[in-house]
Design a protein around this ligand. Structure first.
Ligand SMILES: Cc1ncc(C[n+]2csc(CCOP(=O)(O)OP(=O)(O)O)c2C)c(N)n1
Ligand code: SF4
Length: 314
């Protein structure tokens, strides 16, 4: 456990598997914040699932004392949504890199904003592809040259906050991996929020990103909540336009001053699971994961031939 990090709950969410990230990697702070949030919420480990893609970030579920799935590169969100829809009582965390979620996984990232299924996406942003040796990730600005690149980056960057807001996510925040207390309280708020959330976490990759270092971030980040008039929460539909606009404008700020905190939280958008419950009456009471699929001897209770025959369309 990192210095200054206290877990108040009865469960220890960090298992004893040795972490193999490089020394100084921002991923350590993210693990501390996640375990702190789950513990402070006195979460039952059986109620939380972590789903990751491929990347250094993708190893996170291995280090947590909860159910975890290490899926394919870019496929964490659809897998996580499947878990959430099969049992909406679960708290489902997606843990993926900026390459994973904004490059190959970008279509799924956008699609989940429309759906608002309730998964919480923790986007590890180090601006590089860490696991595959430091190529430019979609968050690396045009003209920036990190050490694995022969020449400065010739592609423009994606801003994860504006993309998340434009995609329809109802909770959008940014954090910094060394501000563990703030990150952990944002994770807690995201978990309590009914709809889907994106939390972009700025994290140093000391091995491949020699521009956006720990000190580089430390000199620039500032907390939105330090401005006492900052209020990103939409509780009435009439507030949405103004708060969306303010959060969106704020998300464009980058360079000498980088805001961290909650940009937008809209509590008026119904979640996908509630929308489903409106058309499938017993869905929340008997979601697919709680339905019997076999009899007491373990034989399937579904006859696939009969099912397909019934679905035959002339
Ligand atoms: C379909 C597919 N394409 C490419 C790869 C190779 N690959 C593995 S990890 C990775 C990038 C990881 O970068 P990022 O998602 O930013 O995570 P980080 O390692 O920085 O945490 C790539 C391209 C793969 N495993 N599968
Ligand atoms: S390569 Fe970068 S992101 Fe991957 S473990 Fe090392 S420091 Fe972390």
């Amino acid at each position: 456990m990192q210095k200054g990090v206290e877990n108040k709950g009865k469960y220890n969410f960090r298992n004893n598997i040795t972490i193999d990230w490089c020394p100084g990697c921002g991923d350590f702070g993210i693990v501390s914040a996640v375990t702190q949030a789950l513990s402070n919420m006195n979460m039952d480990p059986d109620d939380v699932v972590a789903v990751s893609g491929i990347g250094c970030s993708g190893k996170t579920p291995h280090y947590l004392n909860i159910a975890g799935v290490h899926t394919l590169h870019g496929r964490a969100i659809p897998y996580a949504v499947g878990v959430k829809l099969s049992n909406p009582n679960l708290n489902v965390l997606v843990m993926g890199g900026d390459g994973d979620l904004l490059s190959i996984g970008a279509g799924h990232f956008v699609g989940e904003g429309r759906r608002n299924s309730g998964v919480k996406v923790i986007l590890y942003n180090n601006s590089v592809y860490g696991l595959t040796k430091g190529q430019a990730a979609p968050t690396l600005p045009l003209g920036e040259k990190v050490k694995s690149l022969a020449r400065p980056n010739i592609m423009g960057k994606i801003n994860p906050i504006t993309l998340a807001m434009a995609s329809g996510y109802s909770f959008v925040a940014r954090a910094f991996s060394s501000e563990i207390k703030q990150l952990s309280s944002i994770i807690e708020r995201a978990i309590k929020h009914e709809g889907s959330a994106v939390i972009e976490v700025l994290q140093p990759c000391p091995t491949y990103n020699d521009v956006n270092t720990l000190d580089w971030y430390r000199q620039r980040v500032y907390k939105l909540e330090d401005d006492k008039s900052w209020d990103p929460v939409v509780n009435k539909k009439e507030e949405d336009e103004e708060k969306f606009d303010t959060g969106y404008r704020k998300s464009l700020e980058w360079g000498d001053h980088i805001p961290i905190g909650i940009f937008y939280e809209n509590n008026t958008i119904p979640s996908y699971t509630n929308r489903l419950a409106g058309i499938v009456p017993d869905y929340l009471k008997y979601p697919p994961a709680l339905q019997d699929v076999s009899d007491k001897d373990g034989y399937t209770i579904v006859d696939p031939i009969k099912t397909f025959e019934e679905k035959d369309i002339e």
